[in-house]
Design a protein around this ligand. Structure first.
Ligand code: XBP
Ligand code: MG
Length: 255
């Protein structure tokens, strides 16, 4: 029987609900700074989330939702500049402490560390954003809890490509038979399952209608003992929160 050794976490939407009140707001602030009248509403942002990666998302917006915009000669440089300003706003917003971790995340990480499981991050977002989220929610040393923080442009093909998970596992010298992934979106599970990983999903407002048929379990959140999760698909065996016992059971049952 294969033994679970590592937990691999997505960031945006999984560790924290960062998209609507974090990334989206930061994009809009960056557009305003640049004198643009672009405004990404909550609804429009839901459509833009089809594409992962902030730079890629701006380009997707221009290609499909703002085709009349007169593009500068150096479009790549223009997008990179907007994205840098967006990252500055986003990390500042996180510094204000307005975006907490989702229920159960801190508890599960603490139990995993205590029991000697190895941890990693596999995300599309910019490394500075991961740093800001972790240090502002879990403390100054929390980045060191993760053996690998695989983020952003470290692989050229972002999610739904499997590359970021494959990269993280290669760095850890682990195989998909030794790891489990935590995701929140269809692009995310395409990436994790594409890398051969069993995947547990916690949905959010932007992703609850996504196709999670490949997941080993779909929850509304990871739950706390006094704030139980709701199972949306799969079998949690009467558990009320996602702990190492349940994660290990799901991993073993589906091996
Ligand atoms: C989420 C994303 C990211 C962020 C924006 O990635 O798609 O693009 O919305 O981040 P994940 P950047 O769920 O894999 O963490 O602007 O830094 O690209
Ligand atoms: Mg995500």
């Amino acid at each position: 029987m294969k033994e679970l050794q590592a937990l691999l976490f997505d960031v945006d939407g999984t560790l924290a609900d960062t998209e609507r009140d974090g990334h989206r707001v930061a994009f809009n602030l960056a557009f305003k700074d640049a004198g643009l009248d672009w405004d990404w509403s909550v609804a429009l942002y839901g459509k833009l989330l089809e594409v992962t990666g902030g730079k890629e998302r701006i380009r997707f917006y221009l290609d499909h939702f703002n085709t009349d915009f007169e593009r500068p000669d150096d479009l790549d440089g223009f997008i990179a500049g907007l994205h840098k300003a967006k990252t500055d706003h986003y990390t500042h917003l996180l510094g204000e402490g307005k975006i907490p971790l989702r229920p159960g995340v801190e508890r599960l990480l603490a139990e995993a560390r205590e029991k000697g499981f190895r941890l990693a991050i596999a995300t599309t977002t910019t490394p500075a954003n991961v740093h800001a989220l972790l240090t502002n929610t879990l403390g100054a040393d929390s980045e060191s809890w993760f053996e690998v923080i695989a983020a952003g442009d470290i692989v050229p093909a972002k999610k739904p490509a499997p590359d970021i998970y494959t990269y993280a596992m290669n760095e850890m010298k682990l195989t998909p038979e030794q790891c489990i992934a935590f995701e929140d979106s269809e692009n995310g599970i395409k990436s994790s399952c594409g890398a051969g990983l069993k995947t547990i999903i916690t949905v959010n407002d932007y992703t609850h209608d996504h196709d999670f048929s490949e997941a080993v379990l779909v929850l509304d959140n990871m739950g706390e003992p006094e704030q139980p999760f709701t199972v949306l698909a799969g079998e949690a065996g009467g558990a009320s929160c996602l702990d190492i016992e349940l994660v290990t059971r799901l991993f073993t049952q589906t091996s």
